[in-house]
Design a protein around this ligand. Structure first.
Ligand SMILES: [Zn+2]
Length: 83
């Protein structure tokens, strides 16, 4: 017999549109931050995180991510030597 646990996933969808640091072309990115709402997902105090706690954490990560500019595809290729 298999015991299967299914847990809720708390998702936070973020998107950003910032100019490429190299060529100033606008770069659009989207990213989903997610964590499971489960007894194993605990906070620093060892208490399982609540939905609101997870959401607040994800929002913090999303805000930090939204502030960081990213190279457009072309500049990324130049950096990696693929062009
Ligand atoms: Zn660029």
């Amino acid at each position: 017999m298999t015991i299967r646990y299914t847990f809720d996933v708390v998702k936070y969808q973020a998107s950003k549109s910032l100019p490429c640091p190299k060529c100033s072309k606008r770069v659009k990115r989207a990213k989903t931050f997610e964590q499971t709402l489960s007894p194993f997902n605990k906070n620093a105090q060892g208490v399982p995180k609540s939905r609101a706690e997870i959401w607040a954490e994800e929002r913090e990560q999303a805000v930090a991510w939204q502030k960081s500019a990213e190279l457009c595809r072309k500049c990324q290729c130049l950096v990696e030597g693929r062009l």
